[in-house]
Design a protein around this ligand. Sequence first.
Ligand code: HEC
Length: 157
Amino acid sequence: MLRTIMSVSAAAAIALTAFAVSAPVNAALHALSPEEAHAVRSDAMKKMGGTMRTLGGLTDQQAMVDAANVYVETFANMANWFPEGSGVGEVEGSLALPAIWDQPEEFAAEITKAQEAAAALLAAAEAGDTATFAAAPRSVLGPVCGECHMSFRQNPQ
Ligand code: HEC
């Protein structure tokens, strides 16, 4: 009986995860309006920021892999979340600087760096390397967040 309950909830958890993963991918299939794009990227960025604060405390390997995948998935989709017209002054609350559209190659290069950092984090998680993982906010991930924000995000007031 207990086993039945557990397998049902495991299936539900898998279904929920599949939904959570596929939602942003589906959102990318139709072109996002500037308002939608700002909302999607803002939620994803906040999730990355919140997850960042948990990394140092994770020791369970599956939890480490799941946390790393937040970054892998976000950076895999990020290029779809900056349609023209979604910058600062164009969408309420947006802090996305015009440089994103004026220097698209530089912006794309920052996304690539972030993808590499996320892949390194996932590798550390899969290797059970808790030391590298715990240091990630300062070493692996933090610098790529900061570097992109420095050039492409207006400082929050
Ligand atoms: C390739 C560039 C880039 C990278 C890499 C990046 N960001 Fe951002 N981030 C932005 C931009 C641009 C904005 C402003 C988006 C907006 O206002 O619509 C932003 C906004 C944010 C916000 C504010 C969201 C809100 O609406 O309140 C947070 C939090 C954030 N980023 C966290 C992170 C973290 C943590 C990382 C690294 C793990 C990261 N970002 C990596 C470009 C980037």
